[in-house]
Write a protein that binds this ligand. Sequence first.
Ligand SMILES: Nc1ncnc2c1ncn2[C@@H]1O[C@H](COP(=O)(O)OP(=O)(O)OP(=O)(O)O)[C@@H](O)[C@H]1O
Ligand SMILES: [Mg+2]
Length: 141
Amino acid sequence: MEQITHSPEQTEAFGAEYAKTLVPGDVVAFSGDLGAGKTAFSRGVLHGLGYEGRVTSPTFAIANEYQTPGGAVVHFDLYRILDSEALFEIGFDEYLDGSRIVLIEWSENARDLLPAQYKTVHIAYGTDENDRIITCREVGA
Ligand SMILES: Nc1ncnc2c1ncn2[C@@H]1O[C@H](COP(=O)(O)OP(=O)(O)OP(=O)(O)O)[C@@H](O)[C@H]1O
Ligand SMILES: [Mg+2]
């Protein structure tokens, strides 16, 4: 599934649409450059699941947890988590117990700890400044 968006609002709207496909236990691994729109897409996912509060980047908290009408969600930003020891320290593996929807920005840094089956969302810059090319796939399904 591929979509080109032209604004952060459009990326959020696509994230909200994508949220309809998610159930607890799903792991979504994001990739894409700094500022590509991973947090914007994640915000859309949370709003799509019915969460009405503010959704901010988990850059400093590393993990933000949400209770939504569509189920529990944890939103990671692993930009600064560079090795598996640091992942264990934040209890990363315990969040993958199937009870939540798991959104992972900078999932490259958790490559070795992803489950056998997961979803990927890649966001790339497009031609114009506000263009983004969003590609959604499933791995191991
Ligand atoms: N089509 C678009 N979709 C999403 N964001 C866009 C788009 N066009 C411009 N932007 C801008 O790009 C930025 C995306 O920021 P966002 O925090 O979502 O990226 P990120 O991939 O999470 O970055 P980081 O790697 O730092 O976590 C915002 O400043 C937003 O306004
Ligand atoms: Mg982000």
